[in-house]
Design a protein around this ligand. Structure first.
Ligand code: HEM
Length: 463
């Protein structure tokens, strides 16, 4: 058999059901068809979804030449040299260069910045305020990227790039462009947007069409990033630890350095990969904690025991083991990436099926994380399970994907989330606001709690 069975509804109906309730729709399909099934979304090749641990392992072990990522339905023209679109040797080379700044001892140098940004945002709040948590966390995680990754001083310098960046990304990452990417082929949509951007560089006419405005915004962002990379190359980067500075001076194994355009594309990729993902995961973590009083209290006790009421510091952040488990448990129950995709370039035998080239295989994070044979009482939010088993198998727990394309920011995100969560909770007493709903909605790439998720600020501790 070539493909596992799946829902027979029209592709548009399947897409609408997925968009309205992503976790629920996947669960319903799995109840009807078992742990592997095929979805058919509009204009897409068939998508084989699986949560079967043996098949997940097989997919993560696929060779680089078995699939190609350049075709993934990602409409944003973040640059074709982005890691997200590279395949084969080029992908491997850029990954090797991007990994060191996001790992190991380097992370410690980012801790103070992350703590200060979080404290600054928490200090703006007053007892009695009602807060849209996702917005707060987005502000924090964007500033973390601007400072730690782009090496910008927060204030006048970062503001120069923040506004056009938001304008560009809000423009190119919306349902309309995702739809166009599926209907017309994503590489064409990106090429169109890039064509507009390069024509706008030589035009003095004001932007009239929406994509001309997005193009102007992109050109502003790229100009700032290019000049920062050029400055780092000509004036040196002594004493700097940000990712931009490290990439500007890094060299491939053969001794050559990365082209400036390549560095700029990768910096934007890190922003795309590292900002919304982290904000959404933290929002989900707060949603679960505020709905689970004992777990919430245990996190507060741990933060108090480790930092004694003072600011969160990097040297002791790894002692926050329960807090870490609380974040992992949120990623288990409500992973922000419902699945990870591989676009097959060659025929692949997967279990009983012979998948033709062009098929998308979709190891399903959301379903794998709720399998009763891997996770007893899967519906229950219970961080303790990660203390009892601190390193679950990578084919039953994979919020960061797997294999040669595993998320490059795992260590950075884990480090950042621990500090942000601890610093926020030590400063603010938070409870769910009246009528707060905690349901997920699909936002193009990730699943976030709906905007109705609000919390109430009780006591505020400064200092
Ligand atoms: C909680 C936070 C995060 C989650 C849940 C997350 C999740 C993911 C997932 C599921 C993938 C796809 C992996 C695959 O296809 O197997 C991915 C890829 C990626 N992520 Fe993350 N991510 C997070 C944070 C970050 C951060 C902080 C950065 C950078 C600073 C980052 C950069 C990337 C990049 C560049 C890729 C593409 C890797 C490649 O294609 O080789 N992510 N992430």
């Amino acid at each position: 058999m070539s493909l596992p069975p799946g829902p027979s509804e029209l592709p548009i109906v399947q897409a609408m059901k997925f968009g309205a309730d992503p976790y629920g729709f996947l669960e319903q399909c799995s109840e009807r068809f078992g742990d592997s099934f095929t979805l058919q979304l509009p204009f897409d090749p068939p998508r084989v979804v699986t949560s079967n641990p043996a098949l997940v392992r097989q997919i993560f072990a696929l060779k680089a030449e078995d699939y190609e990522q350049a075709q993934q339905a990602f409409p944003a023209n973040i640059g074709e040299r982005s890691l997200l679109f590279l395949d084969g040797e080029e992908h491997k080379r850029d990954r090797q260069l991007l990994m060191p700044p996001l790992h190991g001892e380097r992370l410690r140098s980012y801790a103070l910045g992350i703590q200060e940004i979080t404290a600054r945002e928490a200090k703006r709040l007053r007892p009695g305020d009602t807060l849209e948590v996702h917005e707060l966390l987005q502000t924090i995680t964007l500033d973390v990227v601007l400072q730690c990754i782009f090496g910008m001083r927060l204030g006048a310098e970062s503001e120069q790039v923040r506004e056009p960046l938001v304008r560009w990304l809000n423009g190119v990452m919306q349902p309309l462009t995702f739809f166009a990417a599926s209907a017309l082929k994503s590489t064409r949509v990106r090429a169109f947007l890039d064509g507009v951007a390069s024509r706008r560089l030589n035009s003095s006419r004001p932007a009239l069409l929406p994509w001309e405005r997005w193009a102007d915004a992109k050109n502003e962002v790229i100009a700032v990033l290019r000049s920062k990379v050029e400055h780092a190359r000509t004036h040196g980067t002594e004493g700097r630890e940000d990712v931009l500075a490290l990439l500007a001076t890094a060299r491939y194994e053969d001794g050559t350095s990365m082209e400036i355009d390549g560095i700029v594309d990768e910096l934007v990729t890190l922003l795309i990969g590292g900002h919304e993902t982290t904000a959404n995961t933290l929002t989900w973590t707060l949603a679960h904690l505020l709905a689970n009083r004992p777990a919430h209290q245990r996190v507060l006790d741990e933060i108090h025991r480790v930092f004694g009421g003072g600011p969160v510091v990097a040297t002791r952040a790894q002692e926050l083991v329960y807090t870490e488990a609380a974040i992992k448990e949120a990623m288990r129950l409500t992973p922000i990436a419902p699945a990870v995709g591989r676009h097959l370039r060659r025929p692949v035998e997967l279990g009983d099926w012979s998948l033709p080239p062009g098929t998308i295989v979709w190891p399903c994070v959301a379903l794998a994380h709720r399998r009763a044979d891997s996770w007893p009482n899967p519906e229950q939010y219970r961080p303790e399970r990660f203390l009892e088993d601190s390193s679950p198998s990578t084919n039953t727990f994979f919020p960061f994907g797997g294999g040669r394309r595993t998320c490059i920011g795992v260590a950075f995100a884990t480090f950042e989330m621990r500090i942000v969560l601890a610093e926020l909770l030590r400063r603010l007493d938070l409870t769910l606001a009246e009528g707060a709903k905690v349901e997920g909605e699909f936002r193009g790439i990730t699943i976030a709690p709906k905007k109705e998720f609000r919390v109430k600020v009780g006591a505020v501790r400064n200092g």
